[in-house]
Ligand binder design. Structure first.
Ligand SMILES: Nc1ncnc2c1ncn2[C@@H]1O[C@H](COP(=O)(O)OP(=O)(O)OP(=O)(O)O)[C@@H](O)[C@H]1O
Ligand SMILES: [Mg+2]
Length: 309
């Protein structure tokens, strides 16, 4: 039997006349990374805050670890951890003091130094929070979300605004949490983040779920074709390619060839052999695989906002 740790049914959240979350249902399985992917304003934070007992439900129901959100708030809060969006801690306390401050709120808590070690913060233990870089601050936030040794951890946009190196460090920390058996609910508007970390992705758009599945599954269903892209072809190369390859499209100097799975290697090597001769040149030849960005674009006609890039 599937072990669901979260069961959300027909969730609705209205702010006055505005419906931010519009009748969504989903289940999260024990031990998985479940990502809500969507652009600004999609309803990601509102959805997680309802699960975190921070926002009331306009309609619908949520069960967390078998407990009803409406009746068992204290039990749920005891067993979950939260990294809020735009997390901040006390600037004038050290890393240790900040984590310890939150740990002291729980009668039973994880050793603060164990959390510091787990998040790779040993060197920064006695540094003021205000002096840390963005990535290190987020890692302190994740440590704080773990003080009560939660079974489910909610991470709301844990890498927004971070540089690529800091983002990868936070990804490593999230993978480590999964390896320790935690269930992780992640929100992000970075498709690479969802693709890299999530076992299952729920794409939110205007408060609705527009698709749900594993990244591979979503890309397979909605991503479109794999393409061979031959950029900036000379006139000779373009003519030769057109004469030799059957399914192609022309975009200015570029030739795009659909790869359907069968004979892909033959098509690629044929194209490469044409390019290699005399006047037949191009600037670049590569295979483009569909991504979750293509999935979003194909489903909505909009681009996911790729902030910080
Ligand atoms: N307290 C509130 N009162 C009124 N409207 C709100 C409130 N909180 C959120 N909203 C609106 O609800 C919608 C969903 O907001 P939410 O913060 O859940 O989106 P999000 O997907 O987390 O976006 P982001 O990626 O920017 O964090 C937005 O249009 C937002 O302006
Ligand atoms: Mg948000």
């Amino acid at each position: 039997m599937v072990n669901n740790v979260i069961e959300a049914k027909s969730l609705v959240k209205n702010y006055g006349d505005f419906t931010a979350v519009n009748n969504i249902s989903f289940n999260v399985k024990k031990g998985e990374v479940f990502a809500f992917l969507g652009p600004n304003g999609a309803g990601k934070t509102t959805t997680v805050e309802m699960m975190e007992c921070l926002k009331s439900l306009t309609a619908g129901s949520i069960k967390i670890l078998g407990n009803d959100i409406k009746n068992d708030e204290i039990e749920i809060k005891r067993r979950i951890g939260v990294l809020p969006q735009d997390f901040g801690a006390f600037q004038l306390l050290t890393v240790y003091q900040n984590i310890d401050y939150f740990a002291q709120m729980y009668p039973k808590h994880v050793e603060v130094d164990d959390l510091i070690k787990m998040l790779g913060l040993k060197d920064k233990r006695d540094i003021l929070f205000g002096y840390l870089s963005g990535g290190l601050k987020q890692r302190v936030g994740i440590a704080i979300s773990l003080v009560n040794d939660p079974e489910i951890v909610f991470l709301d946009e844990p890498t927004t605004g971070l540089d690529p190196k800091a983002r990868r460090d936070v990804w490593a920390a999230i993978k480590d949490l999964k390896a320790r058996g935690k269930t992780i609910i992640l929100t992000t508007h970075y498709m690479e983040e969802a693709q890299n970390l999530a076992d299952r992705v729920c794409i939110l758009h205007n408060g609705r779920i527009i698709a749900e599945g594993t990244p591979e599954d979503l890309i397979g269903r909605y991503g479109g074709d794999k393409m061979l892209i031959i950029r900036k072809c000379s006139e000779t190369a373009k003519n030769e390619l057109i004469n030799t390859i059957q399914e192609y499209a022309i975009d200015g100097d570029n030739v795009l060839v659909k790869l359907s799975g069968e004979n892909d290697m033959k098509i690629i090597s044929k194209a490469a052999s044409i390019i290699d001769t005399g006047k037949s040149t191009c600037e670049e030849l590569y295979v483009k695989k569909a991504t979750l960005e293509d999935v979003f674009l194909n489903l909505t006609g909009d681009k996911l906002i790729e902030g910080g890039k």
